[in-house]
Ligand binder design. Structure first.
Ligand SMILES: [Zn+2]
Length: 403
C-alpha cells in the first residue's frame, strides 16, 4: 500500500532542480512513432539519453576526476609524478593505460589520482565536481565509493578524509539537487578491512551508506575479509563486493555466501554459470539461479569490463543475457576517467548493443534505485516523484494526444 500512498500527480511534483535538463530533453524530440515501438538506434534518434533520469551505484571517486582537476591539484600540492601537464594528453594517457586488458594494469592510473587527493581541500573539490558531473550527465541519485586508507599520506586521519568528501558531496547536492550515498572500500590485498568497516559504520549518520571490497580479485578471495563483513552485518549495515570481474563464479559465491553481499560489483563472470542452447533456452546453474531468485543487484560496467578484459567485446558482454532473463541489473560507469565514459555513454551503448526500449531504460533506472543503499522512504520518493513521472512525461510527449 505504500506505493499508492506515495503516488502524486505530476502537477504536485517539484521538478525545479531538473527543469533545465527536462526542457533540453524535449527540444531534441521530433516524434512520429509510438514510444513503445522504438528500440535501439531508432530510440537513440528520438530521445536524449543524457537528459533521462539515471541512477548510478558503482563509481570510484578516485577514478572519476576531470583531467584538468588532476593537473591543477598536482600543481597545488607539489605532486611531480604526472606524465604530462596537458589536460587532453593526460586524458589520453589514462585511457590508453586503462585499455591494456587486465585489471592490475588498469589500476595503475589510480596512483596519480590518489596522489593529488591528500588534502581536505582537494578531496572536497573532487567530491563536489563528482556531483556537478552527475548533474550534467542526467544522474539524479549516485553512490560513489573510495578507500580512505589511500588518502592519509598528508596530515589527514581517515575520519577527516571521509568528512572532507562528505562536505564536497553535500555542497554539490545543495547546488545541483543530485542525491548521493558514500561507500567505503576496503582493499583485497591489504589487511585493514576491519578498520575500514568500522570507519564506514562510524560515518553512517553523515552519508556513508555501505561497505565494499575492491582491488584485484586474483589471489585475494573475499572470504579472507570475513571479519570485516561480519562487523558490517552486526551493525545492520550494507555490503557490496567487487566479484566476478577478474575471477569466476567462485568469487561471486564467496561474496554472497561467506561475506553476505547485498549487491555485486560487476558479476560479469556469472555468465559462466549459465548455459544457452542453440534455440536460445537458458539453463541456469545453482549460483545464477540463486542470484536471479534472490534479486541480487548486479552493478554492471560495460566499458570498464572491456578495458580490464572481463569481456572480450561489448557485443559479447553478458549484460544483454542477464537483462533478458530478468536479473536485477543496472548500468554503471566504474571509473569515468580511466574508461572515458559517463552514464549517458554506458546507457547509449547498452541501448544500441542490446536493442533496448524506453521501457527498458526506465527499468534500468528503477532496478538501480530499488537497489540503492539509501532508506526505503527515500528510494520510494525518488522512484515515484522523479523517475516514473519523468519517463511518463517523455512517453506522453513522444506519443502525443490520442487521435
Ligand atoms: Zn569498481
Amino acid at each position: 500500500m505504500a506505493k499508492e500512498q506515495t503516488l502524486v500527480t505530476f502537477a504536485e511534483i517539484d521538478i525545479s532542480a531538473c527543469a533545465p535538463a527536462r526542457d533540453l530533453l524535449f527540444e531534441t524530440m521530433a516524434i512520429s512513432l509510438p514510444s513503445s515501438t522504438l528500440r535501439g538506434k531508432a530510440l537513440l534518434d528520438q530521445v536524449s539519453i543524457q537528459h533521462l533520469p539515471k541512477v548510478l551505484l558503482h563509481e570510484h571517486l578516485d577514478g572519476g576526476l576531470r583531467p584538468s582537476t588532476v593537473i591543477e591539484l598536482a600543481k597545488e600540492n607539489g605532486y611531480k609524478g604526472l606524465p604530462t601537464e596537458n589536460a587532453s594528453d593526460l586524458a589520453a594517457w589514462f585511457h590508453r593505460g586503462a585499455q591494456r586488458g587486465n585489471l592490475p594494469e588498469y589500476l595503475e592510473g589510480f596512483l596519480h589520482t590518489t596522489s593529488v587527493m591528500q588534502t581536505a581541500e582537494s578531496l572536497e573539490r573532487v567530491a563536489f565536481e563528482f556531483i556537478e558531473d552527475m548533474y550534467h550527465d542526467g544522474v539524479i541519485y549516485a553512490e560513489v565509493r573510495f578507500a580512505p586508507v589511500f588518502h592519509t599520506e598528508g596530515m589527514l586521519t581517515q575520519d577527516e578524509v571521509v568528512a572532507a568528501v562528505v562536505r564536497g558531496l553535500e555542497r554539490g547536492e545543495k547546488q545541483y539537487g543530485v542525491q548521493w550515498g558514500l561507500i567505503i572500500c576496503a582493499m583485497r590485498h591489504m589487511q585493514q578491512s576491519v578498520e575500514a568497516a568500522e570507519l564506514a559504520i562510524r560515518h553512517r549518520e553523515i552519508g556513508v551508506v555501505g561497505f565494499d571490497l575492491a582491488g584485484g580479485e586474483h589471489g585475494f578471495p573475499p572470504k579472507k575479509h570475513v571479519e570485516a563483513f561480519q562487523a558490517i552485518e552486526r551493525a545492520n549495515f550494507y555490503i557490496t563486493i567487487h566479484a566476478g570481474e577478474a575471477y569466476g563464479p567462485a568469487s561471486i559465491w564467496q561474496a554472497l555466501q561467506y561475506c553476505g553481499a547485498h549487491r555485486l560489483g560487476h558479476a560479469t563472470r556469472l555468465r559462466d554459470d549459465i548455459e544457452i542452447s542453440a534455440d536460445g533456452t537458458m539453463q541456469l546453474g545453482k549460483l545464477a539461479q540463486y542470484v536471479l531468485d534472490r534479486r541480487v543487484p548486479l552493478e554492471m560496467c560495460l566499458l570498464s569490463n572491456l578495458h580490464t578484459g572481463a569481456c572480450s567485446s561489448l557485443e559479447e558482454h553478458p549484460f544483454g543475457i542477464f537483462f533478458r532473463r530478468g536479473f536485477r541489473v543496472c548500468l554503471n560507469t566504474d571509473d569515468r576517467l580511466m574508461s572515458d565514459t559517463s552514464m549517458t555513454q554506458e546507457t547509449t551503448l547498452a541501448t544500441e548493443l542490446f536493442d533496448l526500449s524506453l521501457n527498458d531504460l526506465e527499468k534500468l533506472s528503477l532496478n538501480a534505485m530499488k537497489s540503492a543503499f539509501s532508506s526505503f522512504d527515500r528510494r520510494l520518493e525518488i522512484i515515484f516523484k522523479r523517475i516514473k513521472p519523468q519517463f511518463a512525461e517523455v512517453r506522453a510527449r513522444m506519443d502525443g494526444p490520442p487521435v
